[in-house]
Design a protein around this ligand. Sequence first.
Ligand code: LLP
Length: 424
Amino acid sequence: MNAFQYRDGELFCEDLAVAPLAEEFGTPLWIYSKAQLLHQLGQIQEAFADVEPVICYSVKANSNLTLLRTMNEAGASFDVVSGGELFRVKQAGADTTRVVFAGVGKTDDEIRFALECDILKFDVESEAELDAISAVASSMGKVGRVALRLNPDIDAKTHEKTTTGKKGNKFGMDIERAGQLADKVLADPNLQLSGIHMHLGSPIHSTEPYERAAQKAIEIVREYRSKGHDISWINLGGGFAISYRHEEGLSASEYAKVIVPAVQEAECRLALEPGRFIAGNSGVLISKVIFTKREGGKLFYIQDGGMNDLVRPAMYDGFHRVWPVKPAVEMPADAESQPAGTEAADVVGPICESCDYLAKDRFLPPMERGDLLCTYSAGAYGTVMSSNYNSRPRGTEIMVDGDSYRIVRRKENYEDLVRHELVD
Ligand code: LLP
């Protein structure tokens, strides 16, 4: 399924033309497809149905309340990494008793809030954190349910800035140390060890790292059980990839093929934390060309979507397809081709940084001042990582459902930019 398609030469989201929305709400404009979001979640639910997983949508990918509500209504739970994300989950009306909480730096306040919400478990990343959970739980007369986050030292071949399951980064702990902590938990009446957690990186374009992690998980679950722990959960984190170039990506069932048998063998429940797979291709960023410029032998389209809106290209060399909303040349199926009538150009923003671009050296149809441009695959790690850098107000967010839509975040104005500042 692809909710963003061209019909009669112009871009639609589901059954709504995009250009009138941009006219009405201005640009930059974020558009999400409800059908695509539900389709993506449904793919995972279906692929893993045999083990009745708890699918904890990873709130960090896109934390808009309406999106969270949509996930909740469709049966997902949530993976959070801060008190703020947990607050959002509550605001969305979700049941917090199925929430998992990862993150290397949980504060006592966040731990207390999570215990009040009776979350399913903390994914514990260090001994110091385990001690903090124990102390806070004890002060509240509660028992903290924990899973140990293991660093399995598996190279998931992601961008160096998004790898997490390799030795030498700050996440999780090595298997030996986790074993020692498991012993410590046994002696602590304020803690209960109910599972293990691994997140390998993001995005992961092959199933092999999951297969290796799942096999390791079986061994560790057996070991912990033999020590007397009642281990019932394996959480394999997120990381399922999406296609940014519109190439064939892995399907949820391909990941399931290597994960499900291991979970069955370990006789455990499965938790997953997909973010990008659900939100990534369910959202686009629409921007407007302000100027075109030829300089130094290059063609620049300067448009009003900046690195403050979508930072992935600047930060991770993230590749996003870009194509006009009403193109003079049809968008080719693959990102690499150079159709007749196109010319190489950089799509840049208005921010005063040379890394402020959405696309570099892309073959694009001719565009003029005022033309609308679509940046694809922007639903995950777009708005959540956006900022007001250069004092730029952020744009409207809209969710489309069939031939109707609703505003799910209003655009900011200049007043919003100074709202929290104090001057005398
Ligand atoms: N679980 C944990 C513990 C994580 O650290 C992450 C992502 C996820 C789940 C969700 O991963 P996903 O299914 O979305 O791949 N800003 C970067 C991605 C950072 C991912 C951080 N952790 C980007 O724009 O590519």
